[in-house]
Ligand binder design. Structure first.
Ligand code: TXA
Ligand code: MG
Length: 327
């Protein structure tokens, strides 16, 4: 028999979910929480349509209920189930999904006030990490997942970071190795189509999104009284050590005692010198940033970290370093 051009080949074959994914999906379906890798940072996931399960996330993270959760979807159908889209959202989704972009949209009623912190919007993201997507598919529900760290601390980029801080509170951590981006997703509000807003700097730069939309992004002034995106809170992503930043090496005061984190290998290396990349590659810097800060936070009372140029991906890195410096 002649083989016809087989339509089935147009759809990538789906492999069976692994035993680990199936166990994780069972925990999700019982209303539990699972730590799961994404390309940005590890998330603490629960069924976004189950209020009690989502309350578990807040309790494990010690997260205040005023801080809404990001909901992860694995398909456009799932997106349409939970949020009202618009032209700008579709444009951005087409360009950047699956990937490190979160969009804030008007929510549908299936999203409870617990998830949205009483806002009428929901933050939605489609990760490109195969483990996150496999878990959503196996669970067959959208997953609410904030970063898997205690509220206010820097996000985990390795499974062992999650284990160290939340290991005794969660049943299962899916280990996907080190996260590729290392910084939390860029968040854009598209609720008002005439005025898209950048709520959080991230791996996809402001400049890039502005070019795609052919529009400028507004950056709302942080309003501590109404933290609609507490990722915008001044003190967030904070290590325990005294943390400060520098631009030029000459700014480091003589006699400084503590870890010095450089963007690239410095000329003068002391026992307390660390560097985020050999040659100053921004992607590598972003990927290693939280891991190295966590490492130094275990051994030093003081940490100084060099800031890159405040543009492109550098803007997201500077943003996190600034917040880490606030106490
Ligand atoms: O990369 C990421 O986005 C990671 C991974 C796990 O997906 N998630 C993450 O979630 O960083 P979280 O909860 O740590 O940060 C989400 C931020 C919070 O600052 C929250 O306030 C904001 O998103 N957010 C969530 N829903 C919102 C909404 N409806 N309006 C405005 N901001 C919202
Ligand atoms: Mg977080």
């Amino acid at each position: 028999m002649e083989l016809k051009a087989n339509k089935a080949f147009l759809i990538p074959p789906r492999s069976e979910p692994s035993e680990e994914i199936l166990s994780a999906a069972r925990i999700i379906s019982k209303g539990g929480c699972v730590a799961v890798p994404t390309e940005t940072v590890y998330g603490l996931a629960a069924n976004a349509l189950n209020e009690e399960a989502c309350k578990g996330i807040f309790s494990i993270k010690n997260r205040p209920y005023i801080d809404p959760l990001i909901v992860h979807v694995s398909s456009f159908d799932m997106l349409n189930d939970i949020a009202y889209t618009n032209e700008l959202a579709l444009k951005l989704a087409k360009k950047y999904w699956a990937g490190p972009l979160t969009m804030v949209l008007k929510k549908k009623d299936v999203i409870s006030d617990i998830v949205s912190a009483n806002l009428d919007t929901v933050a939605v993201r489609m990760s490109k990490h195969p483990i996150m997507n496999a878990l959503i598919e196996a669970s067959n529900v959208p997953l609410a997942a904030p970063s898997a760290n205690p509220f206010g601390y820097i996000s985990p980029t390795k499974a062992e970071h999650v284990k160290a801080q939340l290991g005794d509170k969660i049943e299962l951590i899916l280990d996907g190795g080190q996260c590729q981006c290392g910084l939390e997703s860029t968040i854009i509000s598209l609720v008002d189509e005439t005025c898209p807003k950048l709520l959080r700097y991230g791996p996809i730069s402001k400049e890039d999104i502005e070019e795609t939309l052919a529009m400028e992004l507004e950056i709302p002034k942080a309003n501590p009284a109404q933290p609609t995106a507490p990722g915008m809170l001044k003190a967030h992503y904070s290590p325990n050590a005294q943390f400060s930043t520098f631009t030029e090496i000459s700014e480091i005061e003589e006699g400084f005692e503590g870890a010095i984190i450089y963007l690239k290998r410095p000329e003068l290396i002391t026992k307390d010198s660390y560097w985020l990349s050999e040659d100053g590659n921004l992607e590598e810097i972003a990927k290693n940033l939280y891991d190295l800060i966590r490492f130094c936070d275990k051994t030093y009372k003081n940490i100084k970290c060099q800031c890159p140029k405040n543009e492109g991906l550098g803007a997201a890195i500077c943003d996190r370093l600034r917040r880490a410096s606030e106490k």
